[in-house]
Design a protein around this ligand. Structure first.
Ligand code: C2E
Ligand code: MG
Ligand code: MG
Length: 746
């Protein structure tokens, strides 16, 4: 036969007739001696190409190789026999592997010779496919079972095809439904588990209608579980076969979210609402109250009541932390929270809104109701605390504000209560204060001013004016005081009395004061370069003075400007001694060593204790205007001024009288021994250029002696005009007769 290659010829016709690939192997050399056309196709060679090939070389797997070695060495007495069919592979000459089932039949076995007939049935078409399918189904099943989602597969008819174990868990399927297929019972069970049958009906509709896209529904179960159901079309051979619906348990996530919300709204230490949560709840209470009030008004009911907001701050709580330690402080806060809670009803709100501050919201109440609660809260704090064997009492201060209809601003209310609480503290603590509308206006005004100041400095809205200081004996100019002026484009001309205190509160005074220092030293340095030696006095606020690098800053300002230290005077007030007198004294010493002169401003308005003066390196006292204005008639002020002048003389200090407006005042001061003065009588604060212009008239400039002043000077404009009117200031000092002063050449 053409397709049968080689011997033994008696098998050749038979091999060729077979459809499966078959070949014959001579067992001595293990060479192929015959093969049919199907075998040649399987190996991918021309029919003749197989003849003479060594079977061991053709073996595709080590198992095959071992098999051939066994066959070759099998004892002859075994006689003809078949091997067990085995799943193996044939590698065609192009390298491809073909799955086959091999059977080797030993036909005759003589010593050293014999033949084996090998048949190979290709497996790829049926068996391999089925195996692959089984494998994939197994994988899919494992995947389904291992997901944390419940999975339900339905046919387009709505019949249930399968579900996984997680599905059974989520829906709490009873055992009966797991062992026996019963679609009707299963669906009835599912229906019975959902809270909203309407939503569930929609999910089932998707199974039947089979929309092409995924559909998501949220289903709440009767046991509280919240399921997210996502159903996808199940596709096969290009057609929709059914739907796969996955069920994800969102309850855990929901619980986690709720826990996050709770943590975010709770104060970790006391468990009370924190500031944010308290504000939100208060806003809710307010809305409810407003609805209630409208209802009452509509029904002609009782006059509207409101929501009261109380803020309670512990007095001197810092001391507890400092003496007993922070953990004890924490315990006190927790106990305070419990005590306050015990004073309130369930409908009242309580929160911790600051380190040692609590807020209380009372609905449907009025001033008297709020006051009663405030007293109760303060009373609850009154009984002693006991920590680590130490008994101590704690007091609190309470600020109260009432939110009536229309006032929806909860943050504003918190600020009002806070401001009222601070007033309670100022009033001596352990008490309560009601919010007063004016304070709130003040607060907003202050914010506006603060903002305008911070913008105004770089924008060039501030200027420095100078006011002459004269020798009362001959009117000679002995120096000037630098005074800050501010013209805001919107707020207009702002007097220092309106903004200095606030700049001190906000801390902006440090920056502002530094700017004045730089300006003032530059002004005096310029005069000096022009040949006029005029000392300049600069006001320094306590906060500015307390800056750790204040002395350096002064030295730097002198360096920058080139002004000798002796021409700079710093005007300080007694407030620098309040916090740390020792530190202030040390710093004053450093400044004095620097060579700058130091004066005590507004003397008489502070502690008025003269005893400390002898320890301070001061050069001057400035008697406050409030003592000068009533002179010379007021006996008491006259006596005080007299005493101050004497005492200063004993201490070797110069005295400057401030706010001298009339010749009579000047006369009195001169006769009392006061050498120096400053006031409208001699010159209002003015642009430095104006004073410089007056210099042009002579060197050194001298103000007209008071004796001649008496005849020309009249009382100038009322208080405040001078300091708030930059333009008018310069007019006071001018040449010639009339109101004010005359500057004369030396
Ligand atoms: P002060 O340091 O006692 O300044 C004297 C104040 O009295 C100035 O008010 C001045 O214009 C005013 N004055 C002077 N002579 C008369 C007079 O005859 N009659 C009347 N009625 N007033 C007179 P001003 O400029 O309004 O300043 C007020 C306060 O603001 C100053 O009082 C000072 O404490 C503060 N201040 C002004 N400039 C600065 C500054 O640059 N830094 C700091 N820290 N405070 C400043
Ligand atoms: Mg001053
Ligand atoms: Mg003063």
């Amino acid at each position: 036969m053409a397709n049968t290659i080689g011997a033994p010829a008696r098998w050749a016709g038979f091999i060729d007739a077979l459809l499966d690939p078959v070949w014959m192997v001579e067992l001595g050399a293990l060479h192929i001696v015959a093969a049919n056309a199907a075998a040649a196709r399987l190996f991918g060679v021309p029919a003749s190409g197989l003849l003479g090939r060594d079977m061991r070389e053709l073996a595709a797997t080590p198992a095959d190789e071992a098999q051939w070695a066994d066959v070759q060495t099998a004892p002859a007495e075994h006689g003809p026999h078949d091997s067990q069919p085995m799943d193996s592979w044939v590698q065609s000459l192009d390298g491809q592997m073909h799955p086959v089932t091999l059977r080797i039949s030993v036909l005759a076995h003589g010593p050293g010779a014999g033949h084996a007939l090998v048949s190979a049935r290709p497996r790829d078409t049926e068996v391999a496919l089925r195996e692959e399918l089984d494998r994939r189904v197994g994988e899919l099943q494992a995947t389904l079972e291992s997901t944390t989602d419940g999975i339900l597969v339905t046919e387009l008819s709505g019949a249930v095809q399968r579900f996984n174990r997680r599905f059974a868990e989520l829906w709490a399927l009873p055992a009966s439904l797991l062992v026996q297929r019963d679609d009707a019972a299963l669906k009835a069970w599912l229906r019975g588990r959902v809270v909203e049958p309407g939503v569930w009906a929609r999910v089932q509709e998707h199974w039947l209608a089979g929309p092409a896209q995924a559909v998501v529904e949220l289903v709440q179960l009767v046991d509280g579980t919240l399921l997210e159901c996502v159903s996808h079309p199940l596709m096969g051979a290009g057609a929709t076969l059914g739907r796969v619906t996955s069920f994800r348990d969102l309850s855990e996530r929901q619980r986690a979210q709720r826990e996050i919300d709770r943590l975010q709204s709770t104060d970790g230490l006391t468990g009370l609402a924190n500031r944010r949560a308290f504000s939100e709840r208060l806003a809710l209470r307010l809305a409810e109250q407003q609805a209630r009030s409208r209802g009452a008004a509509g029904a002609g009911g009782a006059p509207a009541r409101g929501v009261a907001l109380l803020q309670l701050g512990l007095d001197r709580f810092r001391t507890i932390n400092e003496t007993l330690g922070a953990p004890a402080g924490d315990e006190v806060l927790v106990e305070t929270a419990r005590r306050l809670e015990a004073c309130l009803t369930r409908s009242d709100l309580l929160g911790r809104v600051g380190g040692d501050e609590f807020a209380i919201g009372l609905a449907d109440t009025d001033m008297r109701g709020a006051e009663a609660v405030a007293r109760r809260l303060l009373g609850a704090l009154a009984s002693p605390f006991l920590r680590d064997g130490t008994r101590f009492t704690l007091t609190g201060s309470v600020g109260i504000t009432l939110l009536h209809e229309g006032s929806a601003d909860v943050d504003g209310a918190l600020q009002q209560a806070d401001a009222a609480m601070r007033r309670a503290k100022e009033a001596g603590r352990a008490t309560f204060r009601f919010h007063q509308a004016r304070h709130n206006v003040d607060l907003r005004e202050r914010l506006r001013i603060d903002h305008a100041m911070r913008e105004g400095l770089p924008a060039g809205h501030f200027r420095v004016h100078v006011q002459p200081q004269v020798n009362l004996r001959d009117g000679e100019l002995v120096g000037v005081e630098a005074l800050l002026r501010w013209t805001d484009p919107v707020l207009g001309e702002m007097a220092p009395s309106r903004f200095i205190a606030q700049a001190e509160d906000s801390g902006f005074i440090v920056e502002l004061g530094q700017w004045v220092l730089d300006q003032a030293t530059a002004i005096a340095a310029l005069w000096l370069r022009e040949g006029r030696s005029v000392p300049i006095a600069v006001n320094v606020s306590a906060l500015q003075f307390r800056q750790p690098d204040f002395v350096d800053r002064v030295a730097q300002a002198l360096d920058r400007s080139g002004l000798p230290a002796a021409l700079l005077e710093l005007e300080l007030t007694e407030s620098i001694l309040v916090d740390d007198a020792a530190d202030a004294q040390r710093r004053l010493g450093e400044l004095a060593r620097l060579g700058v002169r130091l004066s005590l401003d507004d003397f008489g308005t502070g502690y008025s204790s003269l005893s400390y003066l002898k320890d301070l390196p001061l050069h001057r006292l400035k008697i406050d205007r409030s003592f000068v204005t009533p002179l010379p008639e007021a006996c008491r002020q006259a006596a005080i001024v007299q005493a101050v002048v004497h005492m200063a003389g004993a201490l070797g200090l110069e005295v400057v009288a401030e706010g001298v407006e009339t010749a009579a005042q000047a006369d009195f001061l001169r006769s009392a021994g006061c050498a120096l003065a400053q006031g409208y009588l001699f010159g209002r604060p003015m642009e430095p250029a104006h004073l410089a212009a007056l210099f042009q008239e002579g060197m050194p400039p001298r103000l007209e002696p008071p004796a001649r002043l008496e005849s020309t000077a009249t009382r100038p404009a009322p208080l405040g005009h001078g300091s708030s009117n930059g333009n008018g200031n310069s007019r006071t000092v001018r040449r010639g007769a009339g109101r004010g002063l005359t500057l004369v050449k030396a």
